[in-house]
Design a protein around this ligand. Sequence first.
Ligand code: ADP
Length: 472
Amino acid sequence: MIDLQMVRAAWANRFNTDGREKLIRDYVVLLNQVVWQRQASFFAAAVLAALYFDPISTFASYALVVVTEMLDLMLARKSNAWDGRDPVVGRKILRGIAVNTVLSAVAISIFSINIAVQQTSGGHFTPLFFLFSASLFAAMYNSQMVGILLLRLSIYGAAFLFIAFLDVYRYFPPLSSPVWLEFFTIIFVLYFIVDISAKFYRNYQDRLDQMKLLEAENERTKVALEIKSQFLSTVSHELRTPLTSIIGGLDLVNNGVLGEVPENLRPVIGVAAKNGHRLASLIDDLLDLQKIEAGEIVFHLKPIDANDLVADAVESTIGYADKLGLRVATVPCGDACRFMGDRSRMIQVMNNLLSNALKFSKPGGTVTVRVETRGSRVRILVEDEGVGIPSGANERVFGRFSQVDSSDIRKVGGTGLGLNITKQIVERHHGMIDYISELGVGSTFFIEFERLTGKDGINAGASPDVASGTTV
Ligand code: ADP
């Protein structure tokens, strides 16, 4: 038994892949775009013609034009309501467009011919001009459907020829008469209209081709991105799991938990563990980046006290700071310094800023973390007295896999991904991140968020000795 649904779907598909749906929509959109402009020019033409010619026949033929315009509007409404699926509706609309085209072109031709018939001397500039502008309108706005355009232009062409022959028929003038001159000029104008219509049509086709190319390109890019992110995610997960046990094992050996490590093995195991940690952080960064790109990161937003956040983040870096011989100072804020954020992601942001500040500091230096309010915003600043960043390096600082000094990877490690991820996390919190820096003097990175006010904004963690700063 024939599956009617399937037949319908196949037809729908054929109809759509033919591109006719797009043509109909483009046609209707363009027609609607200039609807008032068209009405105004028709009305002006009718008033003008009524002043100099028989007003009754002028307004009667103008009324015909208005009726066909209304039919066009009804058709536009029908086509807007069409979801592009049912080909039967599509074909009905197409038929409607064809019928309306004939009616409207005939009405406009009658309007022009009516004037021409009443003009017994001085040529037919007025009706010819009306026909000419109607043809130009058609060439500009009907070029999506060449069949419809040809239909309209053929009717106008017939009206043009009728007006051209009118005086020849009336006066049978010799070939030297201006009546013939007008006749040949009209033929020339007709050629011009056909030529210009062909140009509009070709332009429209070129635009369609370009759009198809862009769409195909877009599809290819989407597929490539999807494959890339799947590949990245699979590789990262496959690497991350075994790496965790390798690092765990090495750390146990390194810390002497499994017994005394022979002196000659210590450096080798130390390097292996360090590189293992490096690899793990690169994989974590890649996983984060992929999740952010795929929009898979869900932020659990809750009110966060900026002072608490800073205290937690600083505490977790004490070991690293000690190892590098650096001090970390905090200057909490005295006001209510709460903002909405995902706590674990905010810790990640702070860790990145702090570890950078420590990494790029000179031994003996201090890294200061301040929390401030700035009007309706909370700002957290991480200041260091380190190497600083040259001006104009913003793109490299926040870029992917990029470092300001390409030898940093060897000197201080890092992937060049941390700040890129940090920036994306901050921006997803509707916050901002930036820095000020002076080469050789130090850098201050800061993040800023909208401050919570009211009950949620009560600062539970602010200490009274705000300005003194706490050294950890
Ligand atoms: P990395 O993993 O290399 O630290 P980041 O994205 O965190 O990557 O930082 C990118 C680059 O920005 C760093 O390699 C460094 O060149 C520069 N940078 C970041 N923070 C500081 C800082 N506090 N002082 C000097 N340079 C910095």
